[in-house]
Design a protein around this ligand. Structure first.
Ligand code: ZN
Ligand code: ZN
Length: 254
């Protein structure tokens, strides 16, 4: 699973994004470096996170440290897709350098500092979807390139299940259509070989249908029908039993 939630995480109102290797505070919808988790929870939300709880949550998860998040921030300029667990905001993007912010005042400041003489209105894009995964020193608004896409983990079972269902549906449709085609072809071949169309030409169709109809229960023909049906059922049952025995034998040999 991409987003981890368990009893311990619920106690401190956090989740873990397994793909990003981040622990996320669900009150802020923002990542918290593990080094600052206890301080953040206590000062911001008065949530007590003991050393034991912290250790059991982070042990074996290889979560990104403050330093590695800092490096990630430095090297990341946009997000391919929405990062699960992090709040999404709509804001402004500077066309000159790609800088993003949901606050217009902060964008005009950006223009004063970085693009002197340029008009902020003219050189920005509005209604841009963005995420700032961390706060404080690590804060940086990043544009989401494809906001309709959610990050997909290869090991995300539900996503794979969805794909499998789609593939199965496609296969079934293909099979159904070829099955129908084969039937038509068979029918055409049968008619072509026997020339039924010629044989029944000029005959009373109603009478032919009555002759070919399934026999009624009191009809002696019905008994013949029953017997032949039983005959075939028995053969099929025998084959089925044989198959099971054979399978058992193969299994015991194996
Ligand atoms: Zn928080
Ligand atoms: Zn700029």
């Amino acid at each position: 699973m991409l987003i981890v939630e368990n009893e311990e995480l619920r106690k401190i109102e956090c989740i873990i994004n397994e793909k990003m290797k981040w622990i996320i505070c669900t009150r802020c919808d923002r990542g918290i470096p593990p080094e600052y988790l206890q301080t953040h929870l206590w000062t911001k939300h008065k949530i007590d996170c003991s050393d034991d709880t912290l250790n059991s949550i982070i042990t074996g998860r290889e979560l990104m440290t403050f330093e590695s998040i800092k490096a990630w921030k430095k090297n990341t300029f946009a997000l391919e897709a929405v990062i699960g667990g992090i709040a999404v905001e709509t804001g402004h993007k500077c066309i000159e350098c790609g800088h993003c912010t949901p606050v217009w005042g902060s964008m005009t400041d950006h223009f004063v500092k970085n693009h002197e003489g340029k008009d902020a209105r003219e050189c920005t894009e509005a209604d841009v979807q963005m995420q700032a995964p961390f706060g404080g020193e690590l804060k940086k608004w990043l544009e989401i390139i494809d906001s309709s896409a959610m990050e997909v983990d290869e090991e995300n079972e539900s996503a794979w299940d969805a794909v499998k269902v789609l593939l199965a549906k496609k296969r079934r449709r293909a099979r159904a259509s070829t099955g129908r085609e084969e039937n038509v072809r068979l029918l055409n071949g049968f008619v072509a070989r026997t020339r039924w169309d010629i044989l029944i030409e000029g005959h009373d169709k109603k009478q032919l249908r009555a002759l070919a109809a399934i026999a009624k229960e009191k009809d002696p023909l019905h008994k013949v029908m029953k017997v032949s049906e039983k005959y075939f059922t028995e053969i099929s049952d025998k084959l089925r039993v044989g198959d099971v025995l054979l399978r058992r034998k193969i299994e015991s040999e194996g």
